[in-house]
Design a protein around this ligand. Structure first.
Ligand code: SF4
Length: 523
């Protein structure tokens, strides 16, 4: 634990101003209910914290699968008119924060396609770490991509020639994917739920009467009146149709490594994740933090909302009273952008307002769930000191985030993570706090218990090795690289222009890759 007086020294760039980690996506689905689309809308509403950039629903109607997607919150995208159009007895939905592919309407999900076996809709939460390789292979074999998401790769793999049942095809496709993927799919005959063999992202199965429900988090069951049945296992496919629920396995459970940061930050506190309610786990993280980094102080305040449960635990364990130091403006979305950049602290104040009567003259402990770039925490500490706090101590309910996430969480690049480049003492100095304490990895794992979790953003030990550079713009970058590195004559030939070089390009690229796909699919 580092101790510093109020010296206000700034050791890092003030241009580092960014909110904390962004969630990946949320998925929801209902099979066998007359109000499937309406229930899916409410399910997305409950999962809105997992993604606010775009939303969409695909429903099984009398005219087959039809869908609607758009930019913004579920309540903006899915209007009452759209819901009426989507009326059907089965539906899947998706809310998105882009972790691969730009934020644009063509990348909104669920993706809906017609292919040789009929119609297929897919909603994906997570990141494929071999997306670049797969996309190159598919493009060389003739696939034409409509989006820049890694999720579209799954659709194209499903469309490859294959002499087997739908289930065999699905398993063959899933075995080609590496990385994080929780999927909900809809065909005219079934709804399908899938978790990758590591089970990075959650997915649970529930029931409303005779209808079955899938959701990223159980808070969506509460809103839709569904009863929780069980979590989908890592490496499991559940096929839900008119006959009921069937389970297929395509991966070994020994590889399971669910994301521990779902417990720390992502999931809603009222969600039951892998058998435990997040609020209860976070409160215990706060207790452990108080044991590891005790401090003499007058009040504890949590950073709403994700730090609130840990602050309660810290207060109970330390005996320091919990206070409401911050008031949150609930009407500001997570994607708020200040129209003018003249006051960099406005972004912090517009969301959280400090109450001077509560903090003035007090020794204050702030409990939060993470520090990513450090600039937001810096502004929060400055606000507390401006409001008259005598001392400010910061406690974080997880270890320092030192490594980027490649499995569906937008933790920014390595160079933007403050803990990747600075010691805890340096971070404390930058934040201008009187002390700083992070929960240890051992403490975090002890509280979360049970399963061996993915902790790669703290340890750098990645459960799925990275074969290629993975980031949000990898698909756009692949296109730009191809344009830059490919001679104009070959580009023109490949794009259907001049014939010169076309044969050579086909032989070296498409034919080879098509051979690879044939081998993989036994076609
Ligand atoms: Fe979760 Fe961190 Fe692993 Fe990403 S790297 S899956 S955020 S624990």
């Amino acid at each position: 634990m580092a101790k510093y007086g109020a010296r206000g020294r700034r050791v890092m760039s003030e241009t580092m101003y960014q909110e904390g980690p962004r969630e990946a996506c949320g998925v929801f689905g209902v099979y066998g209910h007359a109000n499937a689309s309406e229930l899916t809308f409410y399910g997305l509403f409950a999962l809105q914290h997992r993604g606010q950039e775009s939303a969409g629903i695909v429903a099984r109607t009398g005219e087959g699968l039809i869908g609607h997607t758009g930019m913004g919150l579920a309540s903006d995208v899915v209007t009452p008119d759209e819901l009426a159009r989507l009326r059907g007895d089965a539906a899947i939905g998706h809310v998105r924060y882009s972790t691969t592919g730009a934020s644009m309407v063509k990348n909104a999900q669920p993706l809906l396609v017609d292919y040789a076996r009929g119609q297929l809709a897919v909603g994906h939460n997570g990141n494929l770490v071999n997306a670049g390789t797969l996309r190159k292979e598919l493009e060389a074999a003739g696939s034409i991509f409509q989006t820049t998401t890694d999720s579209e790769i799954i659709v194209h793999l499903m469309a490859r020639p294959f002499k087997g049942s739908f289930e065999e095809l699905l398993i063959a496709v899933l075995r080609r994917l590496q990385g994080a993927y929780t999927l909900v799919m809809l065909t005219p005959g079934a709804m399908i739920g899938i978790r990758d063999p590591h089970g990075f992202r959650p997915l649970s199965l529930g029931r409303i009467g005779d209808a079955h429900v899938l959701a990223s988090e159980t808070c969506a069951f509460d809103l839709t009146g569904a009863d929780f049945i069980r979590d989908i296992e890592p490496g499991e496919i559940v096929m839900i149709d008119d006959e009921g629920v069937r389970s297929l396995r395509f991966g070994s459970v020994v590889t399971a490594a669910p994301c521990i940061f779902e417990y720390v930050y992502f999931a809603r506190p009222d969600s039951r994740l892998w058998g435990r309610t997040c609020h209860v786990v976070r409160k215990e993280l706060g207790r452990e933090l108080a044991r590891e980094y005790p401090v003499g102080a007058d009040i504890v305040i949590g950073v709403p909302d994700s730090g609130s449960s840990a602050a309660l635990g810290f207060s109970e364990e330390s005996g320091i009273p919990l206070e409401m130091g911050y008031i949150r403006n609930h009407y500001v979305g997570r994607t708020f952008i200040a129209p003018l950049q003249s006051d960099r602290d406005i972004k912090v104040r517009v969301k959280l307002n400090v109450m001077p009567e509560v903090v003035a003259g007090k020794r204050v402990v702030i409990v939060d769930d993470s520090i990513v770039r450090g600039t937001t925490t810096f502004s929060r500490v400055a606000e507390l000191k401006r409001a008259g706090a005598k001392e400010v101590h910061v406690r974080i309910s997880c270890p320092p985030t030192r490594f980027p996430c490649f499995y569906g969480v937008d933790f920014h690049a390595h160079e933007q993570l403050i803990a990747a480049r600075h010691t805890i003492d340096e971070i404390a100095q930058f934040l201008n706090v009187d002390s700083l304490g992070y929960l240890s990895l051992e403490g975090l794992q002890k509280v979360c218990g049970g399963t061996p979790y993915c902790c790669a953003c703290y340890t750098g030990s990645y459960p799925v090795p990275l074969e290629e550079r993975v980031d949000k713009t990898m698909m756009e970058r692949a296109r730009r690289t191809w344009e830059k590195d490919t001679p104009a004559s070959v580009r023109a030939a490949e794009c259907g222009g001049k014939k010169r070089g076309a044969g050579r390009a086909k032989k070296g690229g498409a034919a080879e890759a098509a051979g690879g796909m044939s081998d993989l699919f036994g076609a």
